[in-house]
Design a protein around this ligand. Structure first.
Ligand SMILES: CC(C)(COP(=O)(O)OP(=O)(O)OC[C@H]1O[C@@H](n2cnc3c(N)ncnc32)[C@H](O)[C@@H]1OP(=O)(O)O)[C@@H](O)C(=O)NCCC(=O)NCCS
Length: 178
């Protein structure tokens, strides 16, 4: 099973990444430590490694793998402002996302996540759409809930965030099931 290679919501286009997106992605979010604080990866300081990363995510779409990343652009543009990824793992779909700071607080990530959660649960094989975020990241937890997920609890010592050192931290887990 594969997700659609492209999707649209009222305000967003989700499309496959390209290595040539590196400078736009760098400017929009990937070089901003405030954005990457609660993510696994540290803010990029150079374009080269970011272009390699984006090429690897583009290559994922050509494989029989289970992880698929989209870049998010405002509709009618081709300029990335964020990203959302889905990991299809048997009967569940795990989501992760990031958005450039200039676009926070407008409901955009909720719009993208809700679209892909609904897509995933419309697949006969998928029964659980879920995501987790750092326990100190209430904006992300709120996005999950607004996208239709229910807060299930805390995964203790689950995931390290680049802004807080190597130790795994407590995370909020939310899911929508059918
Ligand atoms: C988390 C993130 C994706 C949210 O995207 P967004 O498009 O701004 O989210 P939305 O506008 O859809 O919703 C944000 C909600 O969080 C709320 N919120 C924001 N900051 C908050 C805070 N400090 N405490 C509580 N709620 C907060 C907003 O009020 C809004 O809820 P509301 O609509 O009920 O008012 C974005 O901030 C981001 O990319 N952050 C950095 C990367 C990250 O943390 N990714 C998630 C990793 S799990």
């Amino acid at each position: 099973m594969r997700p659609p290679e492209q999707f649209t919501t009222p305000r967003l286009l989700g499309r496959k990444p390209r290595a040539s997106d590196a400078s736009a992605v760098f400017a929009a979010y990937a070089s901003d430590p405030e954005v990457t604080r609660y993510l696994a990866w540290k803010a990029y300081r150079e374009l080269g490694p970011l272009a390699e990363f984006l090429q690897a995510r583009a290559d994922d779409w050509e494989k029989e793998g289970s992880q698929f990343a989209y870049l998010l652009c405002l509709r009618e543009t081709d300029t990335p402002i964020g990203s959302i990824a889905v990991h299809l793992n048997g009967s569940n779909a795990l989501f992760a996302y990031v958005l450039g700071r200039a676009h926070w607080g407008q409901g955009l990530m909720t719009e993208a996540l809700r679209h892909l959660v609904d897509w995933s649960l419309a697949q006969p094989e998928i029964f659980r759409a879920w995501a987790f975020c750092d326990a100190a990241n209430p904006a992300s937890a709120r996005v999950m809930e607004k996208a239709g997920m229910t807060r299930e609890g805390i995964l203790r010592r689950w995931f390290p965030c680049s802004g807080f050192g190597p130790e795994p931290r407590d995370c909020i887990v939310c899911a929508k099931v059918k």
